[in-house]
Design a binder for this molecule. Structure first.
Ligand code: SF4
Length: 501
């Protein structure tokens, strides 16, 4: 009998891709997607450890599935990803009804592991080596990159796909658990990345997003030649049938001129750059061990804007990091007001076991202060986002139509709207600068690039009207910047944030 899988994903694009690949591997073995955990033979949580809140969500979900497992002991419950690698046995101590704990470096083992559990093997924990458990090489070997072929119908949309350039991270920022749970930085060979991209395009993919924890640190050396991210972009840009190339997330110090010039010169590369500053104070950046000063960030930002004046630059910020004073917070606020990022992911500091900050720096900013600073920074960012969007009103933009807007998707489910392909619904898509555009049009346009005249703007999106079909395709007008919205996971849930970098 066909077995059904439910998978819930939290975290960054890396997790979204991992879930997609695990689902693809299981579907190849005959599994189908379930409508809910109650309808599933296996329930997986692909987890994130970047913030405590993400872990709390998974433990709550595990609490909710406990009753189902008690009713149906044959139900396989699995915890995958970063929390599995970080907590290992602790997951089963806190939730003994979990059958599988599988770290991100062991995902290729999931089909065999699930078969084992179904055959009565009992619970299994498959994780990679801890960062301090051996040489860099031996730890790296224990984190296997997992990039099998995907069938087109297994991707969240047939016209968009994530492609991994590298796994892991060696930067060791004081607050970040990624180098521990995702292992040492390991690049994929350029030939493998390009072959995957060509296959995706042959299957109808029009937009590829390259993902790496610090994607712009990408380097691959072979036979005396080093391939950088900018070289990869040149080769991807030459693929017939591919329309758009994006990449996330960028580490500020590795934003080199060759990369900036590739973004400027290659017509398919989106002028959208997520380059997290994390803070606006040199003292805090030093405590965070970010490896650059605000002066260096500003210099990088200046080079970028000089080369591509309309580029969309976005950032991440952590408020309330250990010892953050009012003055230090003020410097972060100044940075957001001055650089006018198109968008920022703003988080309250959350201490992470296993990080340098957790071991050596007290989490001494009161929660109420963190909350207020979060509010103030978000207010400043919202104002900057709105003014950038308002500047788009009156322009015509090329929009890749991604799907039905959330508003109409809800209405379709609730009121049973006519969802035929010719009925006008509110659709949602993105510009080359990743700006979200909503407009009324027939569903058959999903997956196509259309011209939209922008009529109104809000802080998170702009709205417009479809330019007449067959009208000349005008070049995209200059536009400032946006942020990335996670793609739906195979279970239809959204992931919560960009890759940290
Ligand atoms: S914040 Fe980014 S660069 Fe720093 S350790 Fe984490 S993943 Fe690496």
């Amino acid at each position: 009998m066909t077995k059904r899988l439910w998978i819930d994903t939290v975290g960054c694009q890396m997790n979204v891709l991992d879930s997609e690949l695990v689902v693809a591997a299981l579907r190849r073995q005959g599994w189908q997607m379930a409508q809910s955990p109650a309808d599933a033979d296996a329930v997986f949580y692909n987890t994130c450890s970047v913030r405590q809140h993400a872990e709390d969500k998974v433990y709550s979900a595990l609490g909710r599935v406990r009753a189902e497992k008690a009713k149906r002991p044959e139900l396989v419950v699995g915890v995958l990803g970063c929390m599995a690698q970080k907590d290992q046995e602790l997951v089963r101590k806190r939730a003994p009804w979990v059958d599988l704990v599988v770290g991100p470096g062991q995902l290729h083992r999931v089909p065999a592991l699930i078969d084992g559990v179904l055959a009565g093997s009992g619970p299994m924990i498959e994780v990679s080596l801890d960062r301090a458990a051996g040489s860099r090489e031996s730890v790296a070997r224990s984190f296997e990159s997992y990039d099998p072929d995907r069938d087109p119908e297994m991707r969240p949309t047939p016209f968009q796909a994530f492609v991994r350039t590298q796994t892991g991270c060696d930067k060791f920022c004081a607050f970040c658990v990624v180098p521990r749970v995702r292992g040492p930085e390991q690049a994929r060979p350029p030939a493998a990345i390009l072959a995957e991209a060509r296959k995706l395009v042959d299957e109808g993919c029009r937009e590829i997003t390259l993902i790496g924890q610090t994607v712009n640190s990408y380097r691959w050396s072979e036979e005396g030649r080093t391939t950088r991210l900018s070289d990869l972009l040149v080769d991807l840009d030459a693929i017939d049938g591919l329309d758009r190339i994006r990449f996330v997330t960028n580490y500020p110090r590795d934003m080199t001129d060759d990369l900036i010039h590739a973004v400027r010169d290659l017509p398919k590369v989106c002028h959208y750059l997520h380059v997290p500053a994390q803070h606006g104070s040199d003292d805090v950046l030093k405590r965070m061990k970010r490896g650059y000063t605000i002066g260096e960030y500003l210099e990088m930002h200046g080079r970028l804007m000089e080369a591509i004046p309309h580029a969309a630059v976005t950032s991440d910020f952590i408020v309330g990091f250990c010892g953050e004073t009012d003055d230090e917070f003020g410097l972060m606020l100044d940075l957001v007001q001055n650089l006018r990022f198109k968008n920022s992911f703003i988080f309250k500091y959350s201490p992470r076991p296993g990080t340098k900050a957790f071991q050596r720096q007290p989490d001494d900013v009161p929660e109420a202060v963190k909350k207020e600073r979060h509010r103030l920074l978000l207010e400043a960012q919202t104002e900057a986002s709105l003014s950038g969007n308002v500047a788009m009103v009156g322009t015509r933009q090329k929009v890749l139509v991604e799907g039905i807007s959330r508003r109409d998707e809800k209405q379709l489910t609730r009121d049973g709207l006519d969802g035929s392909s010719e009925t006008d619904l509110q659709l949602s898509g993105r510009t080359m600068c990743d700006r979200i555009v909503v407009f009324d049009a027939p569903q058959r346009l999903i997956g196509r690039i259309v011209d939209v005249d922008i009529l109104a703007a809000g802080p998170w999106a702009v709205s417009g009207t479809l330019a007449l079909e067959g009208s000349p395709q005008e070049p995209a007008l200059d536009e400032p910047l946006v942020h990335s919205i996670a793609m739906p996971t195979p279970s239809g849930k959204q992931a919560g944030h960009a890759n940290p970098a």
